[in-house]
Write a protein that binds this ligand. Structure first.
Ligand SMILES: Cc1ncc(COP(=O)(O)O)c(C=O)c1O
Length: 371
């Protein structure tokens, strides 16, 4: 067990002046990449959108850029792609969503790859194009998710033909699964993957990719030559289950700022929704919903010095209260999630998915990188 009570003290690198920290194990990310690579044995596109799922895109990208298994990076927005270029990432960067076409100049200037997902989008790009370098694209096929992508072989052939005689450089083709994480919907996965390969037909591409973390972990596919590694890289099982094969990279900690004794019948927090059942010790923690710990956490537990204690009263924007006992002291370290409370468990208790919890950890929370 790692003793964070000593290591997570304010130190030279602390910049947020607050005892609330997300602790990120970059080595765990590296180990998870290796684990997933051994499973699929093909090059990987590291998905580091949304600030690397809350883990900090700069540190994550810098750690991954020399990893021999990582061939490309995937992000959601043009800004995220440009941010990666600006910190020196040289590999191809694919923007998985659409971009405002007015920003096409930036796509060319920063050598970003776009997802090409509809005839209309393609025509808008052609209209604004006035460059001497082609627009790099991966064609997105919608095989059932109904988000973005071409929905038929005809549309695909049509776009492919238009791309040949135009300004585009088609580097890849891809699709995204809606149910790869769900063992009760394997038929939907099968339908999607079959449709993907039927639409591509005999065409060849530098990159053919469809696997996300769940598809890599729970299914088998040898026809694609690149896999997109997202949540599993951060050490979280895509189906939201406990998973020994992966190492959860992020933990969230804070420290007790005040302890008081309240009398039986006293009430706590906004709305006075909790009433002390007896004389009780209440600890106040400097973390709240503006840090990503949403109000639905009321009633859940945190971990302090070997025991679990309930969050009482409403979670405030910046603070929350916990019912403790004599064993808890001022400045004690509090685990919100980590070694003793997994993201999988927390997500279940909140009726959500681990993705949402890590993405919500806000900029205000200091990230400390542990090696
Ligand atoms: C198109 C696309 N590919 C890959 C991923 C990564 O998925 P995961 O984190 O489940 O591996 C995402 C995530 O939303 C995505 O939208």
């Amino acid at each position: 067990m790692i003793d964070y009570t000593k290591t997570l003290k304010r130190g030279g690198n602390v910049t947020h002046y607050r005892d609330t920290y997300a602790c990120i194990h970059l080595d765990y990310l590296k180990d998870n990449v290796e684990t997933l690579y051994q499973k699929v044995r093909k090059p990987l596109m590291a998905i580091i959108k949304a600030n690397a799922y809350g883990h900090g895109y700069q540190e994550v990208a810098n750690m991954l850029k020399d990893n021999p298994h990582i061939s490309m990076f995937g992000v959601a927005t043009l800004k995220e792609a440009i941010d990666l270029r600006n910190i020196g990432i040289e590999q191809d960067i694919l923007v998985l969503g659409g971009i405002p076409i007015e920003d096409l100049d930036l796509v060319i200037r920063y050598d970003i790859t776009l997802s090409l997902f509809s005839r209309e989008y393609m025509e808008e790009i052609i209209k604004l194009y006035h460059h001497d370098r082609p627009v790099k694209v991966h064609i997105k096929i919608d095989t059932g998710m109904n988000r973005i992508g071409l929905k038929s072989k005809e549309e695909f052939e049509d776009i492919l033909q238009a791309c040949k005689s135009s300004i585009f450089q088609v580097d890849g083709v891809f699709t995204h699964f809606a149910t790869a994480d769900d063992e009760n919907q394997k038929d939907a996965y099968e339908k999607q993957i079959n449709m993907f390969y039927e639409i591509i037909g005999d065409h060849t591409f530098k990159y053919i990719h469809c696997q996300n973390s769940a598809a890599m972990m729970y299914h088998h596919d040898t026809r694609s030559n690149l896999a997109r590694i997202g949540i599993a890289m951060y050490g979280v099982d895509p189906a939201g289950e406990e998973c020994d094969a992966l190492k959860q990279a992020m933990s969230l900690y804070t420290r007790v700022v005040m302890i008081k004794k309240v009398k039986k019948g006293e009430r706590i927090g906004y709305g006075l929704t909790y009433t002390a059942l007896e004389d009780e010790y209440i600890a106040t923690l400097p973390i709240g919903y503006a840090d990503g710990i949403i109000r639905a956490n009321q009633g859940r537990k945190v971990y302090i010095q070997g025991k679990y204690y309930p969050i009482v009263g409403r979670v405030c924007m910046d603070q929350m209260m916990v019912k403790v006992d004599e064993d808890v002291h001022l400045h004690d370290l509090v685990e919100i999630f980590g070694e003793h409370i997994s993201l999988a468990q927390m997500a279940k208790e909140l009726s959500t998915i681990p993705y949402e919890i890590v993405c919500l950890v806000s900029e205000r929370v200091e990230r400390i990188y542990v090696k």
